[in-house]
Design a protein around this ligand. Structure first.
Ligand SMILES: Cc1ncc(COP(=O)(O)O)c(C=O)c1O
Length: 454
């Protein structure tokens, strides 16, 4: 029979998967180490069990003890899984920046989760770091795991991630690329790989708002580099003890926006549905493309699964609110989605011109489609009405159907702003589009300008 003794034993030996499209403009072979194949869906399962085993071995953790940690979710998951198997209680402190699903997942595994404010200094008593330290002092038989300064973190990668990559690439790896947070992933793996072959280039990918790059490049701990950012799990406002910067050959910084866009691209182009930092890494590769040549064998760590980010980077509304979707082509669909007045205001052919004009005035509209039995049969504009009144004031009691102009042209949901703009001109002030719901919507010149101007 083939089985594992418990879920913890399934950690590691994640697959290396060739990237076929997203890096096709860069020379070399790009291999993603897809860490969501771990049972907790992230690379942090590796360090969860390692930190526990090391603490048991040197007596810091005793049977029935409580494990305390500040974690953005992934390390919590790794610790929670291992704690269930080995019989410990977990308390996690985290920040209000983290996705709610991540916290619910931890609670599902029996952990207690305490949410702390993001934008306070690490030394502030309210920070998730300080709260964890305090609880560890107050609760008997408890241990603050502290993945930042706990060297079992990088040791986990020295013992597992590094050897796996060396074996899987048959020692042919030339570049190792990973995003960086606590530094455990980059350091442990780099230490192992550079021992095997000191020529392997280690490239770290950081986020703007973190001081790690500047510290690596200059040795300065420059707090001016630090500002709030939304990318989860990476970047720091201090240098955790797991780092030894001499093992890292280069650090590249990526914006929140570019990382988010690339995570979506990774899912769509490769079918690899990963978290935010995987997108950050993909963008880092693009920014560093001059570092690779046709013989390069590049191993990229993809830390976690996309399911934890469905309410964030995989949600169009979240992306749009942050201005992250501006590179997407503006289409009829995106224009009607952002319209403030959703329901179509229209005239019927047998109402009077005066009634139609009253409606336009009340709703501050300059044109109306004329609709009969869900068919667009004509249009009436301010200009048409003015013309009628100039000709003969009594016309205002005429029926719209008698005096209306031809209907606005109909466009498809996927037609772009460029397509639509060709149809809007002096003679024609709007176009019509049928939404997926089956309801008609109008796109006016104003809607088009508003959508294009962002
Ligand atoms: C999603 C994600 N990516 C990247 C990292 C960075 O890894 P490390 O902390 O080992 O530097 C983390 C760490 O929390 C993470 O959760």
């Amino acid at each position: 029979m083939q089985y594992f003794n418990n879920i913890v034993d399934t950690i590691g030996n994640t697959p290396l998967v060739k990237l076929n499209r997203i890096t096709q403009n860069i020379p070399g072979l790009f291999l993603a180490k897809v860490e969501y194949f771990n049972p907790g869906n992230s690379i942090k399962d590796r360090i969860g069990i390692k930190m526990i085993l090391d603490a048991e071995a040197d007596g810091r953790l005793k049977p029935g003890g409580t494990i305390i940690e500040c974690t953005s979710g992934n390390t919590g998951m790794g610790l929670a899984l291992a704690s269930v198997v080995r019989g410990y209680k977990c308390i996690f402190t985290t920040t209000d920046k983290q996705s709610k699903q991540k916290l619910d997942i931890l609670r599902a595994l029996g952990a207690e989760v305490i949410v702390c404010p993001t934008n306070v200094e690490p030394e502030d008593p309210r920070s998730y770091y300080s709260v964890a330290k305090r609880l560890a002092k107050e609760i008997p038989n408890s241990i603050h795991m502290n993945q930042y300064d706990n060297l079992s973190n990088r040791a986990a990668h020295y013992e597992t991630t590094g050897p796996e990559i060396w074996k899987q690439t048959e020692g042919k790896i030339t570049h190792y690329v990973t995003t960086i947070g606590t530094g455990g992933t980059v350091m442990g793996t780099a230490m192992y790989l550079k021992e095997k072959n000191p020529n392997i280039q280690v490239l770290g990918v950081d986020v703007y708002g973190s001081l790690l790059k500047k510290y690596h490049d200059t040795g300065d701990l420059d707090m001016n580099e630090v500002f709030p950012y939304v990318t989860e799990g990476i970047g720091e406002d201090f240098v955790p003890a797991n780092y030894d910067m001499k093992y890292i050959d280069h650090i590249e910084q990526v914006t929140d926006k570019d990382g988010a866009i690339m995570a979506r691209k990774l899912a769509r182009e490769e079918g690899i549905f990963c978290g935010y930092s995987a997108g950050t890494l993909m963008q880092g590769l693009q920014q560093m493309k001059d570092k690779f040549d046709k013989d390069a064998v590049v191993v990229c760590i993809l830390h976690d699964h996309g399911s934890r980010y469905v309410a964030k980077i995989y949600n169009d509304e979240w992306m749009r609110e942050r201005g992250f979707l501006t590179d997407e082509p503006v289409t009829a669909k995106s224009i009607i989605e952002r319209k403030r007045i959703k329901e179509l205001v229209s005239a019927s052919p047998n109402e009077t011109v005066a009634a139609a004009f009253k409606k336009m005035k009340e709703m501050a509209l300059t044109q109306l489609p004329v609709v009969e039995n869900d068919a667009i049969i004509g249009s009436i504009t301010e200009r048409d009405i003015l013309q009628l009144l100039m000709d003969n004031p009594v016309n205002r009691e005429d029926e719209v159907g008698k005096l209306m102009s031809k209907p606005f042209p109909v466009v498809g949901l996927q037609d772009t702003a460029q397509d639509i703009s060709k149809l809007i001109n002096a003679q024609n002030s709007a176009v019509m589009v049928k939404a997926n719901s089956g309801l008609w919507s109008i796109i006016t010149e104003f809607d088009l300008i508003e959508a294009m101007a962002g």
